[in-house]
Write a new protein. Structure first.
Length: 276
């Protein structure tokens, strides 16, 4: 038994509805899952409700996009958060609003390289969730400019390409504090090994509780290094597929958190709950 604790839904840039994801996780024999959408918890409640119906543990989650002082992009996962927490909801709403403003700039930039997309169409593709570059990519595929999301990123949307516009920056310490304020546990998503040991102490000081170890971006060697580091520093460890869409990227359940690590995470969450 194992849990996929890194999954995106239609509430951000995933292709499956939260309810479908719970059913899929169940059919793959997972013991638990977490919906971890970019800058939104809108997918959490429908998933939790479905989990209760079919008897599968669904951990509330979120993945907050951050940038550190050195300008490096990093993502912070929050688990066990209260999705109705007002402070968290307000901050995530502000981040999604700024994503919408950024979208206008992306569309403008793409126009200068003769890519003509409708802002309304991209918004429609994203629905009322968290809009991002993958939705721009989907609109480009739809209009025949590229064949898939990967091509859209490589040619136009990745950093350094003509349609790139950075997101509003949140510091990792602010994201960690926000997650803690909503009763959650903060985990550094898919950290790079290089320089990690130097960067960890200040984040742990800010309240970071763990690191993501099992992830499609990590080689076997990195997994070993990360596990060792986590053990030394007594950090929680998690993992997941970072599933977005069927047919691209890693399938749901292909990277997981082993049960012992899920139990450690649940224990920390339950200890925090009994303290408050
Ligand atoms: P955004 O949050 O709008 O900056 O978009 C980032 C998201 O784009 C990531 O979470 C991935 O889902 C997706 N992404 C990033 N790089 C690539 C890539 N090279 N190919 C396909 N999708 C990507
Ligand atoms: Fe994504
Ligand atoms: Fe991420
Ligand atoms: Zn992710």
């Amino acid at each position: 038994m194992a849990a996929d604790l890194h999954i995106h839904s239609t509430a951000s840039d995933g292709c499956s509805h939260p309810v479908q994801l719970v059913d899929l996780a169940n059919s793959r024999g997972l013991s638990a899952l977490a919906i971890t959408d970019h800058d939104t918890t809108q997918g959490v409640l429908p998933a939790v409700a479905r989990g209760q119906e079919i008897g599968l543990l669904v951990l509330p989650g979120v993945e907050i996009s951050c940038e550190d002082d050195a300008g490096r992009e990093m993502h912070i996962l929050g688990y066990g958060i209260d999705p109705n927490h007002q402070g968290l909801a307000d901050r995530l709403t502000a981040l999604r609003d700024s994503r919408r403003r950024r979208l206008e700039q992306i569309v403008q930039r793409l126009r200068s390289v003769n890519i003509h997309l409708s802002l309304d169409r991209i918004q429609a593709i994203a629905g009322d969730g968290s809009v991002g570059r993958p939705h721009v990519a989907d609109a480009m595929v739809e209009r025949g400019y590229v064949n898939n999301r990967v091509q859209a990123f490589q040619g136009y949307l990745a950093k350094g390409r003509p349609g790139y516009v950075p997101r509003e920056k949140t510091s990792p310490s602010a994201a960690i504090a926000l997650i803690a304020s909503a009763a959650g546990v903060a985990i550094w998503a898919h950290p790079e090994c290089s320089g990690l040991a130097d960067r960890l102490p200040s984040l742990v000081h800010s309240g970071l509780a763990g690191i993501e170890v099992w992830h499609p971006d990590h080689s076997e060697q990195q997994v070993c290094q990360l596990l060792q580091l986590a053990r030394l520093q007594q950090l929680l460890v998690t993992g997941g597929s970072d599933f977005h869409c069927t047919g691209s990227g890693s399938p749901l359940g292909s990277y997981v958190t082993p049960d012992w690590a899920v139990q450690n995470l649940l224990q920390v969450l339950s200890d925090r709950g009994s303290q408050s």
